[in-house]
Design a protein around this ligand. Structure first.
Ligand code: ATP
Ligand code: MG
Length: 429
């Protein structure tokens, strides 16, 4: 036997039991998005490498060390597996002029790729739901995007996810803060680690995002961006907060919330839980008014967020959420050639009536087939032997309730009998 191959480190198979949680999650999310007027968009998983360099920024963790980039061996094109969805979404919006004359509310689901050190809540292939709104300049959409989050946590039955909020102001305000930050860190250069030293002159704001415990105190006392915001930026920030307060949604302003990507301005936010250990951010986003123009489109204000599906599903499990066990309505047991041929017809007929049917495949005795029927969780077994087949009949056996006698019915009467029972038992519950 040759040696079995394994999945790439940090890239997970999602097996059926686990996938049931994903489907439940996706259903809930689609309903929720519909409730806010968001429409789906699907972009490729691979994009030209320069897209991410331009969108995310050269001096970011993602572009510096996390991207799966490669050269297409056939035409020499530089390509990258997408590490996030906003860049590709903006590219698509520009390429197809989606936001040229109208606003757009869009969402997507899908895998993202980052070469990180795999650990709980941090994978090399992970999945996000991304939500993006184009063409809205005011703080109302920022606030709505945030309120949406709160509703989703409720829809998913999650609590204890807390909102952190900050404003990054506009580029000129950031430039002033940046100068002050460089002066501050230069004055404490002896305390900086290698990463921070390297970023001091390229992207000092990123130092604030450092996860190094030794830097926390230094970062805590650094000049705060909020003190450099002008009247307009402050008004926008206040506008967002007002809606949140009106809605009774608690939040914390975290001046050190700067986000790991370069394209944000004004509002940034994260939803954080303490139930998942170090990887506690389940959703993050903000405004990125400059990005569309930066990627070659007409200036278009934009705002959005992305949530980490693995982390949210971990949280759903942690709080005891369970997808309903998938059970068919009917398990179809059959033996003999005529019976098998009839069984296929009966199964399709029941499905025509909207019933879920597991048709036994692979032969075997009635006894072993009935065991499988019990194990499947089906409400009914429909049993066809050659005797029944000869008369166009089948046995109907209730698998959920003891003491109900098996009945022989014409195959045409099966659907009605089963549906009638299912409706009655729904009403009893
Ligand atoms: P972190 O600080 O945890 O690295 P990030 O700021 O890099 O997160 P974003 O780019 O904002 O993350 O992505 C949005 C969300 O996607 C995160 O809040 C998280 O829930 C999820 N996420 C990001 N990277 C990973 C990963 N490697 N594995 C699993 N989920 C991830
Ligand atoms: Mg990261």
């Amino acid at each position: 036997m040759s040696q079995a191959l394994q999945a790439v480190r940090g890239m997970n198979d999602i097996l059926p039991d686990e996938a049931a949680f994903w489907e439940l999650f996706e259903e809930t999310v689609r309903d929720w998005l519909k409730g806010y007027g968001y429409r789906p968009i699907r972009m490729p998983v691979v994009e030209p490498t320069p897209l991410f360099k331009r969108a995310i920024g050269e001096v970011t963790d993602i572009v510096e060390k996390e991207m799966y980039s490669f050269v297409d061996g056939l035409n020499g094109e530089a390509l990258t597996l997408r590490p996030e969805g906003t860049a590709g979404c903006v590219r698509a919006v520009i390429e197809h002029s989606l936001a040229a004359r109208q606003t757009q509310r869009l969402y997507y689901f899908g895998p993202m790729f980052r070469h990180e050190r795999p650990q709980k809540g941090r994978y090399r292939q992970f999945h996000q739901v991304g939500v993006e709104a184009f063409g809205f300049a005011g703080p109302d959409i920022d606030a709505e995007l945030i309120l949406m989050g709160a509703r989703l946590w409720a829809d998913l039955g999650l609590d204890g996810i807390e909102l952190q909020l900050n404003s990054l102001g506009q580029p000129d305000e950031r430039a002033q803060h940046r100068a002050a930050l460089i002066d501050y860190f230069l004055a404490h250069a002896d305390q900086l680690d290698e990463d921070a030293k390297r970023r001091l002159h390229t992207n000092p704001l990123r130092i604030l995002d450092s996860k190094n415990p030794a830097l926390q105190e230094l970062c805590g006392k650094a000049p705060k961006l909020i003190d450099y915001l002008g009247a307009e930026s402050l008004a926008h920030f206040e506008g967002v907060q007002r809606v949140l307060r009106d809605a009774g949604l608690p939040f914390t302003i975290n001046p050190r919330l700067v986000r790991g990507l370069d394209y944000y301005n004004l509002t940034v936010f994260e939803w954080v839980t303490d139930k998942l250990g170090a990887q506690g951010t389940v959703c993050a986003g903000g405004r990125y008014d400059g990005l569309v123009e930066q990627l070659g489109g007409k200036p278009t204000p934009a705002c959005g967020f992305a949530m980490g599906i693995e982390r949210l599903i971990a949280l759903i499990k942690e709080s005891g959420g369970e997808p309903a066990a998938p059970a068919p309505d009917v398990y179809l047991v059959h033996q003999g050639e005529a019976a098998s041929r009839l069984a296929f017809r009966v199964a399709e007929g029941l499905r025509d009536q909207g019933l879920d049917v597991l048709l036994h495949c692979g032969g075997g005795s009635f006894k072993s087939q009935m065991k499988k029927a019990d194990g499947s969780g089906a409400a009914f077994a429909v049993i066809i032997g050659d005797d029944e087949a000869a008369t166009g009949e089948a046995q109907l056996k209730n698998l959920r309730q003891d003491g109900i006698a098996q009945r022989k019915l014409k195959v045409d009467e099966l659907a009605e009998a089963i549906i009638g029972y299912l409706i009655d038992s729904d009403e009893e519950e």
